[in-house]
Design a protein around this ligand. Structure first.
Ligand SMILES: Cc1cc2nc3c(=O)[nH]c(=O)nc-3n(C[C@H](O)[C@H](O)[C@H](O)COP(=O)(O)O)c2cc1C
Length: 466
């Protein structure tokens, strides 16, 4: 097993961060830069703002005097992240979230933030079979902005993930929703009951320390996409950075842009899937599950497509016929209740190589002052620890339905995986691979930790070649 050692000691890392900040003349300006970040999208109540300002000033004083100690690392991480200097932490190997939530979708496209391991952690030569390929330790990052381009794919591939899903792309460019797009949901540290409609309070300045297994987030990106010319070229480069024991699926979504009806939606899904195949995608994942798509005809946000079984099957059937037989096909679903999932899975089973789920839970999200966290969009996607029970419930039922269908498809499970225990819980239910978005965002060492804990014992590995 190759699991790189932990990064340098906390004291050495802290010294490096301090020297780097001092060398770049950033220490004095830290409190102001931090407050600019904290108030970027909304203003905390005055007492909270004063407390944050005082804490940042105290930290800057201790850094200037060479007196910052280990106990300052959590605050330092938060201050540097919101001050836009998370790269200083990452360079010293200090855990930091991987995505700059203050920057735009475009700003982030080629800029994964979190630390990168010097060497890819692996479970030695052990391999697992996923979607017809032999892959390394079967942890992955699902379709999301964390796999939005070549630099991200390379980043997570290096940090130990073997089953990556390229972010959902479309048949034409699509702008992201207005910022903010991604916010910590620090008050949602516990899992909600399966499928519960959540009312979430989340402020843009909320924070959860990197590595906390209790991390939850809310997001409202609106499934942005580059032009097909851009993403197809990027996809080819992304595929080229992977090892032969790493798999990149490509998530696609269709739309009925001109309101022509169900047929147009099916055709657009098909067109986009074929573009992905043309660019080299070994497996196409159909995003039938997004809770963030703006609805121009009504006010607000559309429900996920997979709630409509007939529309879902029409898309999957048509895409299956249009793709080459060698291209794998995965249907990504959101959490569905018993009746809906039981009705859908037998219809999907003959058509797909895999079913992925769950997506984020569509939730009503407000700031603590009562205003919408995401202006103009009351509904957004909740993920991370808060949806763990939903993911377990969905995966358990999906695996049972797979057995009943008597037809083998792989299960890509996700939802609330933030540490080795939550990874193992989904795998133990019968998932073939387990992916993490919120956990991978908040803990740059998640895959390494899972491989260190489970690399030698995780069941269902292939026999080594003799
Ligand atoms: C910021 C963000 C963006 C996402 N974008 C997509 C997307 O483009 N397509 C998709 O199928 N799922 C998307 N998802 C959903 C994730 O792939 C995953 O299903 C969900 O977050 C549950 O996993 P988690 O609890 O590990 O975050 C997104 C999730 C997040 C947090």
């Amino acid at each position: 097993m190759t699991v790189p050692l932990s990064p340098p000691s906390q004291a050495a890392a802290l010294r490096r961060v301090r020297d780097d900040l001092a060398g770049r003349g950033l220490v004095d300006g830290l409190p102001a830069a931090f407050l600019a970040g904290v108030t970027r999208f909304a203003r905390p109540p005055q007492a909270e703002l004063d407390a944050l300002a005082a804490a940042a000033r105290g930290l800057a004083d201790r850094l200037a005097a060479g007196q910052a100690g280990d106990e300052d690392v959590p605050l330092l991480t938060r201050v540097l992240f919101f001050a836009g200097h998370a790269d200083v932490l990452a360079a010293a190997g200090v855990p930091t979230p991987a995505y700059d939530v203050l920057g735009s979708y475009r700003d982030n496209l080629d800029r994964p933030v979190g630390p990168r391991l010097p060497e890819r952690p692996t479970a030695g030569g052990r391999r697992w079979r996923v979607l017809g390929r032999d892959v390394g330790f079967p942890i992955g990052v699902p379709a999301c902005v964390l796999n939005g381009g070549e630099d991200w794919v390379a980043h997570f591939a290096r940090n130990g993930y073997s089953v990556l899903t390229y972010k959902t792309v479309r048949s034409r460019a699509h702008q992201p929703n207005q910022q903010p797009n991604w916010v910590f949901a620090q008050r949602q540290a516990q899992s909600l009951p399966p499928g519960a409609a959540a009312e979430v309070i989340a402020d843009p300045w909320d924070w959860v320390a990197p590595g906390s297994p209790a991390v939850s987030t809310v997001n409202s990106f609106g499934v942005p996409s580059l032009t097909p010319e851009e993403w197809m070229a990027d996809l080819e480069r992304s595929l080229a950075v992977l090892g032969d024991d790493q798999l990149l699926l490509v998530s696609v979504m269709g739309e009925d842009a001109d309101g022509e009806g169900a047929g147009a939606l099916v055709e657009d899904f098909t067109r986009t899937a074929r573009m992905a195949e043309e660019a080299g995608a070994p497996v196409v994942e159909l995003n039938l599950s997004c809770p963030n798509t703006l609805d121009r005809s009504a006010s607000g946000v559309k429900p996920p497509l997979c709630l409509d079984a007939d529309a879902t099957v029409a898309v999957v059937e048509r895409v299956r016929r249009a793709l080459d037989d060698r291209t794998g096909l995965v249907a990504k679903l959101s959490w569905l209740d018993e009746e809906r999932l039981a009705a859908l899975v037998p219809r999907l089973a003959p058509l797909v190589d895999g079913v992925a789920g769950i997506n984020t839970l569509q939730s009503r999200v407000r700031r603590s002052d009562g205003w919408a966290t995401f202006p103009g969009r009351e509904l957004a996607g909740l993920s991370g620890a808060a949806i763990r029970e939903s993911a377990l419930d969905f995966t358990r039922r999906l695996v049972t339905l797979r057995e009943a269908a008597g037809r083998r498809f792989d299960v890509l499970a996700m939802g609330g995986v933030t540490d080795p225990a939550s990874f193992e819980a989904l795998f133990a239910l019968g998932a073939d691979a387990v992916q993490s978005a919120s956990g991978a965002f908040a803990n740059p060492y998640l895959a390494r930790d899972c491989i260190a804990a489970l690399g030698e014992t995780l069941p269902r590995a292939l026999e080594p070649a003799r």
